[in-house]
Write a protein of this length. Structure first.
Length: 487
């Protein structure tokens, strides 16, 4: 039975539960009413039987008849169907009669007398079925006078109880029918929001989430997301889950697009130097006079260095993506940045290089000195490659108790607004053409590597740019609070 109920809908189970509860309550009320009414009627009948017995005994005391005289049954007040009997000292019936419907007493038959045997004269009520007369409530009293036995029929009590049972059953059936219909309507209306939530979940489950752009998933209506109701809480939770699913799938799609672009760009970046190396090798192999062998070897060497650098950058990004542990040591950012600025000045003498120190605390961090140097070198190389000669590049080291900052600012033309949101993504370049050379701005991995290394040190990188001022800011935790991300 339990398994069958579990397989049914919540609406059906609730209706069955409430119906059974109403049936149980109604049955208890009907039985309690019948029991109480029966007890009251029997008590009233017992009192009448006791009163009749006392009157009969009193009538015998006033009469001077024989030992079998039952003339008191002829007295006024004896209802039809009354049974009266005189007993001897041992409790045996000496004489017994019943008042007929014509008010004339008639003697009892032997079978009827046998039904009255064994009733003790203790004034207690007894129920006996007398053949031909029906069920009686009987008592026998001894008292100070002649022992007598008196009984009254229970037909009125039984008929009244039967009528009461019929009325109670009819009222209960009608009440249960009305209550069942009301419960069915109420349950249906109360479960409508839950049904709409379920319909929304079914619609979402049918949506093709495995491919393509996932947008516009069905939401639970606003009216079914009231946090004050259980169905509203489920609806609101389902909407939040759908939001998370959409955002996760959108992020997955963006990741897939970035991965496809990354693979395409990486393939191109590797193919270009390889094609150059193959071309120069073929020229030297043919022994052509179009190019000098020494020049060809220099170009092969340059393209090999370019390809090696690209491969090393890709491997570094892969290691950082895998969160491999970095070296941990105390690094003085002041000395590290000064060395990087000095190297940048040597590489770009046509720019103006400045260094500023704003130290309210020690500019020491915990991390890998070589990787942190690469961060600063990438930012300085980015400023040199994307600004015209004569640009002033100012590198600032700022240290507080809460964080250490490295800022690289220039007064160049700035970053295009459409490029700014993706400036830290891999292979992001101001020039997206496939014919670009290394001198045109590199492979587009520098800022991506900078972001990955900074994140591996528990820091973050930000940029602000407008025409005439671009600022890259690296924020790192100081040495006394630094915790490198766990692999």
């Amino acid at each position: 039975m339990t398994i069958r109920l579990r397989s049914r809908s919540l609406r059906t189970r609730l209706l069955i539960f409430f119906s059974l509860t109403l049936v149980a309550v109604s049955a208890a009320m009907v039985l309690t009413t019948i029991y109480a009414q029966r007890a009251y009627l029997l008590g009233n009948l017992d009192q009448r039987v006791s009163d009749a017995a006392e009157r009969s005994q009193g009538g015998l005391q006033r009469r001077t008849g024989s030992a079998t005289d039952l003339g008191f049954l002829n007295e006024r007040g004896q209802p039809a169907g009354t049974i009266a009997a005189r007993l001897d000292t041992e409790g045996n019936i000496v004489a017994a009669e019943v008042v007929a419907r014509n008010a004339v007493p008639q003697p009892l038959t032997a079978a009827q007398l046998a039904a009255l045997d064994g009733i003790a004269a203790d004034s207690s009520p007894h129920t006996r079925t007398v053949p031909g007369l029906g069920t009686y409530r009987i008592t026998s009293v001894r008292g100070d006078g002649t022992p007598v036995l008196v009984g009254l029929p229970m037909d009125d009590v039984q008929n009244m109880i039967s009528d009461l049972v019929a009325v109670e059953a009819a009222v209960a059936a009608l009440g249960l029918t009305v209550a069942g219909c009301v419960c069915a309507v109420v349950i249906r209306r109360q479960l409508r929001p839950l049904a709409r939530v379920a319909a929304t979940a079914v619609d979402v489950s049918h949506a093709p989430l495995s491919h393509g752009e996932v947008t516009g998933l069905t939401r639970v209506p606003q009216g079914d997301t009231d946090p004050g109701t259980e169905a509203g809480q489920v609806g609101a939770a389902l909407n939040r889950m759908i939001d998370h699913v959409e955002s996760s799938l959108a992020e997955r799609q963006r990741t897939e697009e970035r991965m496809r672009r990354f693979l395409s760009d990486a393939s191109h970046e590797l193919r270009t130097p390889l094609a150059s190396i193959v071309s120069y090798a073929e020229l030297m192999d043919r022994g052509t006079d179009r190019i000098e062998p020494r020049l060809a070897w220099r170009r092969v060497s340059a393209e090999s260095v370019r390809m090696t650098g690209l491969v090393e950058d890709l491997l570094l990004l892969a290691r950082l993506d895998e969160r491999r542990p970095l070296k941990r040591a105390e690094v003085d950012l002041t000395a590290l940045v000064a060395e990087a600025v000095w190297d940048a000045r040597a590489a770009g003498p046509e720019h103006h290089w400045r260094l500023a120190l704003l130290l309210d605390a020690s500019a020491e961090v915990t991390g890998d000195a070589a990787r942190l140097h690469q961060v600063v070198a990438n930012l300085l190389a980015n400023a040199r490659a994307h600004t015209p000669p004569g640009t002033t590049v100012t590198t600032t080291v700022e240290a507080t108790q809460q964080a250490c900052f490295i800022r690289v600012a220039d007064d160049g033309p700035g970053i295009a607004p459409e490029l700014l949101p993706a400036v830290f993504e891999r292979f992001t370049r101001a020039d997206n053409s496939r014919s670009r050379t290394e001198e045109d701005g590199g492979t587009g991995l520098g800022l991506a590597i900078t972001t990955a290394i900074t994140a591996a040190h528990g820091g973050r990188v930000g940029v602000e740019s407008r025409p005439g001022r671009t600022v890259f800011t690296v924020e790192l935790p100081p040495a006394h609070t630094a915790e490198l991300p766990s692999p």
